[in-house]
Design a protein around this ligand. Structure first.
Ligand SMILES: C[S@@+](CC[C@H](N)C(=O)[O-])C[C@H]1O[C@@H](n2cnc3c(N)ncnc32)[C@H](O)[C@@H]1O
Length: 253
């Protein structure tokens, strides 16, 4: 599966473009969220969906790992427009949103300003969040799936190393997909070569695409284990045939 996915693509450029053209739809691909701007009503529906998601994630951390009601500090990786970051911030003294796309951060900051949330800070990469570490809770949902795993693995490790001992991680990855979502299968060596060359020569065709990548679950878990996460709770996810897991864990050291 791995080699069929375009590992060379500059997905950062895609997301900056998406943030400029379809910011809501790029996060939640439902028709009502299409367009550069949406009505106030639709915008409210968008942000309300985040309240529900964070409530469910937090409830799982409390039930499985005895996480507290409130956190000193939290971080949302791939925060986008703040759909999850804002309800996370309501549970924390300080919240950091990390997003590589300047266009997404700009819109998120507008929403934070509108809501008067001045205990929330936005940065572009995890290393810029390090000065606010360690974090009591780090979350990332529907983000790693859009990042080539070679890079995603490094990001997962650098994020986990920002957790305080006893800190909680809720991390979503995709691992496999239904057959109709597979890049077209072929055993023909010439076709395979042609595809690989196309990916190398034209990695950035049609900037603004949403690309999906699958991760090796065992690889992710073993990296987390090496960083001091000793117990895991996994919940399967299925977004339109893209399957994965929400991984819940606590760093013990
Ligand atoms: C599908 S959206 C999810 C946003 C948010 N997690 C939510 O659920 O509302 C994916 C987000 O990840 C961000 N992203 C993609 N690649 C990233 C990277 N390498 N580092 C940080 N953020 C990234 C995108 O800019 C986008 O805002």
């Amino acid at each position: 599966m791995g080699p069929l996915m375009n590992q060379n693509r500059d997905t950062d450029a895609d997301w900056d473009h998406l943030g400029q053209t379809q910011p809501y739809w790029a996060v939640m691909t439902e028709e009502r969220f299409r367009g550069q701007k949406v009505s106030r009503d639709v915008e409210d529906q968008f942000y309300q969906s985040g309240q529900g998601d964070v409530e469910a994630i937090h409830a799982t951390l409390m039930a499985r790992f005895q996480a507290p009601e409130r956190f000193k500090s939290c971080l949302d990786f791939g925060c986008g427009l703040g759909r999850l970051l804002i309800p996370m911030a309501a549970r924390a003294d300080q919240a950091i949103g990390v997003d590589v796309a300047a266009s997404m951060r700009r819109l998120c900051q507008q929403r934070l300003d509108r809501d008067g949330l001045n205990h929330v800070i936005l940065v572009d990469v995890p290393t810029s969040a390090a000065s606010y570490a360690p974090f009591a809770w780090i979350n990332s949902y529907i983000v790693m799936q859009h990042i080539p795993p070679s890079r995603g693995f490094e990001l997962i490790e650098s994020l986990t190393s920002l957790l305080e001992p006893g800190g909680y991680l809720s991390l979503h990855i995709t691992t496999h997909r239904d057959p109709h979502l597979m890049p077209s299968q072929t055993r023909n060596p010439l076709r395979l070569l042609a595809r690989s060359l196309r990916h190398r020569l034209f990695p950035q065709r049609d900037v603004g695409q949403i690309t999906m990548y699958d991760y090796d679950l065992a690889d992710v878990l073993s990296r987390l284990e090496r960083l001091g996460c000793k117990q895991f709770h996994l919940e399967p996810t299925n977004h339109g045939g893209h399957h994965g897991f929400m991984i819940y864990t606590q760093r013990t050291q």
